[in-house]
Ligand binder design. Structure first.
Ligand code: 5GP
Length: 197
């Protein structure tokens, strides 16, 4: 598997090298993969993002996300508490900086599940992070998953499809592509990538 050192960066900083970023279009199954890792490998630490999006049924504050209002999110941005953040389909999402930095400083692996804009910010600020692109088996399958979720109004689904089209074109910016044909296989491949050799 390719493991390029981006141009202009220092070769292999052993700390940021432990940062793995999982990205890919909305609906591709990133959160299912992350939920499966959480279930099967509870010792793997996963960053919990902050979002202004309302919780979906079954989501718990502090587990899938920290749910905050706009003012709360503004405060985190102003105080420099977010490692990266992005607006996605009308809501804002960000990665709390401190827990990530603390774990990297201890040499522990960190996994972020974030959108493309966030992945690009991480690429700029932590050049040694490994960026993993989760791809759908096909465009038809992605449309089926996004429309079948049934939790979002049609205009939100449409915005996510528009975003997915743009995100699919970004695959070449990533170090590794994993195709989500089987959640278990993707988890195994991802966990293998997170081990620093
Ligand atoms: P969802 O609303 O489906 O949970 O997430 C929508 C998108 O936001 C997904 O592509 C997800 O990866 C992304 N996302 C979740 N947390 C973060 C974050 O902390 N930062 C960024 N940039 N994107 C995030």
């Amino acid at each position: 598997m390719s493991d390029p050192v981006p141009e202009g960066s220092e070769p292999h900083d052993p700390l940021t090298r432990r940062l793995t970023v999982l990205s890919g279009p909305s609906g591709v199954g990133k959160s299912t993969v992350v939920a499966e890792i959480r279930r099967s490998h509870p010792r793997v630490w996963l960053s919990v993002s902050v979002t202004t999006r309302p919780p979906r049924p079954g989501e718990t504050h502090g587990v899938q996300y920290y749910f905050v209002d706009d003012a709360g999110f503004d405060r985190l941005v102003d105080e420099g508490e977010l490692l990266e953040w992005a607006e996605f389909a009308g809501n804002r999402y960000g990665t709390p900086r401190r827990p990530v930095e603390e774990r990297l400083a201890r040499g522990e692996p960190v996994l972020l599940e974030i959108d493309l804009q966030g992945a690009r910010q991480v690429r700029r600020s932590m050049a040694e992070a490994r960026l993993v692109f989760l791809a759908p088996p096909s465009w038809q399958e992605l449309v089926r998953r996004l429309t079948g979720r049934g939790t979002e109004p049609p205009e939100v689904v449409q915005r996510r499809l528009d975003a997915a089209r743009v995100e699919l074109a970004a695959e070449k910016e990533f170090d590794v592509t994993l195709v989500n044909t089987s959640v278990q296989d993707v988890c195994d491949e991802l966990l293998a990538l997170m081990v620093v050799h």
